[in-house]
Design a protein. Sequence first.
Length: 430
Amino acid sequence: MSNTVIIGTQWGDEGKGKIVDLLAEYADYVVRFQGGNNAGHTMVVEGEQFISHLIPSGILQGKICVIGNGLVVDPEVLLEEIDYLSNKGINISPEKLKISEKAHLIMPYHKQIDLARESAAGKDKKIGTTGRGIGPCYEDKAFRCGIRFVDLLDINSFEEKVYAVCKEKNFYLTKFFAQDPVDPDTIIKTYKSYQKRLAPFVTDISVYINNGIKAGRQILFEGAQGTHLDIDHGTYPYVTSSNTVAGNACSGAGVGPKQLNNIVGIVKAYTTRVGKGPFPTELFDEIGDKIQETGAEFGATTGRKRRCGWLDTVIVRNSVRLNSLTGLVVTKLDVLGGLDTLNICNAYEYNGTQIDEFPADLTVLGKCRPIYETLPGWQEDISKIRKYDDLPQNTKNYLNRIEELTGTKIDIISIGPGRKETIVLNNIFN
Ligand code: GDP
Ligand code: IMO
Ligand code: MG
């Protein structure tokens, strides 16, 4: 039996959805433990693309999917997702989907505040959020005025909480942003209709998961975002509002650290970022454009063009340490085909000195210049290759160098968006 956590090592969109879908075949439960519908996880099954924002990516493998207490859930989006998947013939019954009673609800005022702040912030002050109300919802959780699923189940207490919170939010919205207030009665009416549909899915997921572990079930924990968007360890303030590192699989799902066996970091073969914030290896030339086009690098949630750059092993090494990674999955390796040479950043240069660790100070990070080593590229289309031995020697050299620079073994290589476009070197669940 082995329980596995999948996390992103960079700034999100590493291909977590594809790998979770692939590995879910061997798991019994797939559990999301943080974030919300800022995530966009893509799965491609027999040529058909599915994007999930809240429901764990194990759903297409028919596995039991759990929305952990660490999430902030927009019930409207969740219901849309349930309907979308049900219309495609996927069974989303309360036996298949479990929602933590402790997960927080994203409310209309969270979205309004998120958007109002971003539009009021000057060009340099914007975070570039997804505008889904994620930050304001986590803020209320920390401020202890958040509303949870358990509150939604008790309508009287729910009403009381909504009236109390709306008073404060409306002061902020009208006086600070000169915006229209929200109407608590409309919110209560709308959320009552969500309650009717979602109540059967709500349960104590910590008891459920731990009973499953005792009975020998294998758990796959699905991270969202990436290590460098982590609220503590990322490029603060250009981060999301939750802990994205593997340690949060425990708090966000109600399991103890002893239950985690493998921690697998997903590494895109190059680097991308959506939204604002420093990005030392970002490319502003035709190579960056080529990677963006070949890799179809558009945000799965907001459709924004992703910024692209060379692979940065300073940040991957940072992720190895922060998450105790036991292995790596390298994705989108096919996208790098056709380039004469490939750069890998292995350290930064700052004020004439070499920096090997990721700096916390963004002023320093903003002035860091990547130190590259250059490797020969490959011209072949590798997406049809299914055995490691058949890969071009230059591709193998690139992979070997990633292992050397990160001190971590590669378990899986992904060379296309589909399940079959994968080379498994070590089956993590064996
Ligand atoms: P996530 O947020 O980490 O799940 O990643 P996204 O789904 O937002 O973005 C990854 C994108 O790359 C999706 O469009 C995937 O279908 C696609 N993808 C995943 N792995 C590969 C791969 O190995 N090669 C190619 N070409 N595309 C991939
Ligand atoms: P997945 O799970 C990439 C980014 C946003 C913004 C910052 C804060 O698909 O990898 P937020 O709305 O969370 O307050 O925005 O975080 N961001 C992501 N970038 N992939 C994601 O998720 C992201 N989720 C949030 O673009 O820069
Ligand atoms: Mg994504």
